[in-house]
Design a protein around this ligand. Structure first.
Ligand code: KG4
Ligand code: ZN
Length: 332
C-alpha cells in the first residue's frame, strides 16, 4: 500500500511517499526560514508559509517517487497536535486532494508519526521491525513524553513534562547564548568544543516518577549566563556542554529506568531532540545495548513519518481514527 503523507503541524512543510508503512520512496522537507529572525515561531507566519509552499512540495514528492495520485492508495496528513492554523493548511489540502482523486483520507496524530519514524527505511533492504513492547521517548519542540508502547497504536503514557518541552529548553538556551534557531543543532555543535563538567547545573526531581521538568534547569542557565556576562565573556561552548549534559542525563535516566521496570528490551526515540548524538549515546549506555534510532532527518518533522503512521492507522483500526484537526491531540 502506497501512501502520500503530508506534515504541516509546525514549521516544516513536508510531503513523502511511503510503501507499506516502512519504505521511503520519496521524502521532501522544507524548513521555514522565516522564523530565524524572530528566534521563535509566529503561528500566523508559519501557516502562511505552509500555504505558499505545500502544493509545490507535494508535487515534488510525487515527482521524486515517479508517480502521481493515480499511483497512490491513500492520502494522509497530520491532524494534531500542533499549531491549529498550520494543521488546517495541511489537513484541508490533503482532504481536498483525497476528495478530488477519490482516495481515502487518513488523519494522523503527529506523535504517532514520531513513533513510526522508527519503522522507516530507505533503499531495498528492509531492516527488522522494532520489537513491541517498547519504551518510547518522544522529545520535540512541543513535547517530552515517555510512553510504553504495548502494541501497535496502543500507548500508555508513563510521564511527560510538567513545564517546558525538551526542545523548547534547547531553543531557549540557544537564544540566551546568541546561537541560531532552532537551537538544538546549534547547542549540540557548540557543546562539542566545551567541557560538560564546567558548570554544575540542577537535575530536577519531580514527584511523579516519570515526569520531567526543565524550567529549573532553564532558569539556572539564565542565571549562570547573566553572572558570566557580568564577569566578562561567556564561554558559550562550556555552558552549552554543561546544559546538554544535564538535560541528557535527566531524559536518559528516566527512559532507562522505565525500560528496566517494564522489562522491555526495545527503546525507541522520536522527535527533533532525538537527533541529539550525546542523548542517544547516554540512553544506549544506560540500557546497556545499542539503540536503533531513526537518522536525524527522520527524527525532526517530515512527511515520511506521517505516511508510515497512516499505514498502521489503516491496519490497526481498533482505536479511533482522528479526522478533525485538534491542536491538543494526545498520544495516550
Ligand atoms: O520534532 P520537531 O522537528 O518539531 C516538533 O514537533 O516540535 O522538533 C523540533 C525541536 C526543536 O526544539 C529543535 O531545537 C530540536 O527539536 N532539535 C534538537 C536537535 N535537532 C533538533 N535538539 C537537540 N539536539 C539536536 N541535534
Ligand atoms: Zn514533531
Amino acid at each position: 500500500m502506497r501512501i502520500l503523507g503530508i506534515e504541516t503541524s509546525c514549521d516544516e512543510t513536508a510531503a513523502a511517499v511511503v510503501d507499506d508503512g516502512r519504505r521511503i520512496v520519496s521524502n521532501v522537507v522544507a524548513s521555514q526560514l522565516a522564523h530565524q529572525d524572530t528566534g521563535g515561531i509566529v503561528p500566523e507566519v508559519a501557516a502562511r508559509e505552509h500555504l505558499r509552499a505545500l502544493d509545490a512540495i507535494t508535487q515534488q514528492a510525487l515527482r521524486d517517487a515517479a508517480t502521481d495520485l493515480r499511483g497512490v492508495d491513500a492520502i494522509a496528513a497530520t491532524v494534531g497536535p500542533g499549531l491549529v492554523g498550520c494543521l488546517l493548511v495541511g489537513a484541508n489540502y490533503a482532504r481536498g486532494l483525497a476528495l478530488a482523486s477519490g482516495l481515502p483520507f487518513v488523519g494522523v496524530n503527529h506523535l504517532e508519526g514520531h513513533v513510526y519514524a522508527n519503522w522507516l527505511y530507505e533503499g531495498d533492504l528492509a531492516p527488522r521491525e522494532p520489537e513491541i513492547p517498547a519504551v518510547v521517548l518522544i522529545v520535540s519542540g512541543a513535547h517530552s513524553d515517555l510512553v510504553l508502547m504495548e502494541g501497535h497504536r496502543r500507548f500508555r503514557l508513563l510521564g511527560r513534562t510538567v513545564d517546558d518541552a525538551a526542545g523548547e529548553a534547547f531553543d531557549k538556551v540557544a537564544r540566551l547564548l546568541g546561537l541560531g534557531f532552532p537551537g538544538g543543532p546549534y547547542v549540540e555543535r557548540a557543546a562539542r568544543e566545551g567541557d560538560p563538567d564546567a558548570y554544575p547545573l540542577p537535575r530536577a526531581t519531580v514527584a511523579d516518577r516519570y515526569d520531567f521538568s526543565f524550567s529549573g534547569l532553564k532558569t539556572a542557565v539564565l542565571r549562570l549566563v547573566r553572572s558570566l556576562e557580568e564577569k566578562g565573556r561567556v564561554p558559550v561552548a562550556d555552558v552549552a556542554a554543561s546544559f546538554q549534559k544535564a538535560i541528557t542525563e535527566m531524559l536518559a535516566e528516566k527512559t532507562a529506568r522505565a525500560a528496566a521496570e517494564h522489562a522491555v528490551d526495545t527503546v525507541l526515540l522520536g522527535g527533533g531532540v532525538a537527533a541529539n548524538g550525546p542523548l542517544r549515546e547516554e540512553i544506549a549506555r544506560r540500557i546497556g545495548h545499542p539503540l536503533r534510532v531513526p537518522p536525524p532527518r527522520l527524527c525532526t518533522d517530515n512527511g515520511a513519518m506521517i505516511g508510515a503512521a497512516a499505514f498502521f492507522v489503516l491496519r490497526h483500526r481498533g482505536t479511533e481514527i482522528p479526522t478533525a484537526v485538534r491542536g491538543d491531540l494526545r498520544l495516550a
